[in-house]
Design a binder for this molecule. Structure first.
Ligand code: SF4
Length: 230
């Protein structure tokens, strides 16, 4: 990545000039993240900026109480810095264009980059943010997008189109619990029994915390995925 001054200069690319270089897209949207578990790339934001998550965090037994994105490598200065830059970047008027450029750029170069994971840390910040994510998905039809969220109220307020290649999975707020009724596919933590539940196998002995060949999270037909406590 170039110096901050260079990035700021590039981020002022005139609106009439298309983005043609990765460095220009990164100057606007910052870099993509690379979740270690997943096959492709992602876009992580600071967990401290989660709206619903911040309210759940003090609650014992909530899925955010022991949030994985507030420890380990997520709290390294470099990671925090990158996530903070992304949080500012989502308001840039050319963010959608910059994201589309980067996602397509990676798809052409990296195996697994046809599956994109939104927010391995962080969550939707506003209706406009959600609309822009939908725009990114719509403009990258070759990519399968998956976004978990606890912002269920925001999602219910959203009246725009959700493209078919974007699977939004709503997350149950409490460990061991799941949503009895939702129009969206859902995710839970620590549920052992529920109708049609698919248990994530990433943490079984032979998988070492990796998705491997599994792409269930991106599949809207898998209506309930549970992540076992590990
Ligand atoms: S269910 Fe499959 S795709 Fe989802 S996190 Fe687990 S291993 Fe990865």
């Amino acid at each position: 990545m170039s110096s901050l001054a260079e990035r700021l200069r590039l981020a002022r690319i005139p609106a009439t000039q298309p983005i043609t270089k990765l460095i220009e897209a990164q100057a606007i949207a910052h870099t993509l993240s690379k979740p270690s578990k997943m096959p492709g790339f992602g876009y992580s934001l600071p967990a401290a900026a989660c709206n619903v998550g911040s309210r759940l965090r003090p609650i014992e037994g909530s899925v955010c109480n022991k949030c994985y994105a507030l420890k380990g490598r997520y709290v390294f200065d470099k990671t925090q810095h990158a996530m903070t830059l992304r949080l500012f970047a989502i308001n840039h008027p050319r963010w959608v264009e910059a994201m589309v450029f980067q996602i397509n750029y990676m798809r052409r170069r990296k195996p697994g980059a046809d599956h994109f994971r939104w927010h391995d840390s962080g969550d939707i910040q506003s209706l406009q943010h959600l609309a822009n994510i939908c725009q990114v998905a719509e403009q990258t039809p070759e990519i399968k997008h998956w976004m978990p969220t606890r912002e269920i109220k925001l999602l219910n307020l959203y009246t725009g189109n959700i493209p078919k290649n974007l699977t939004i999975r709503v997350s149950a707020p409490m460990v061991g619990d799941y949503l009895q009724s939702t129009p969206f596919p859902q995710a839970s933590v620590g549920v052992t029994e529920a109708p049609s539940v698919f248990q994530c196998g990433a943490y079984t002995k032979d998988r070492g915390g990796k998705c491997g060949d599994c792409r269930a999270c991106w599949d809207p037909n898998v209506t309930h995925i549970n992540y076992p406590l590990h």
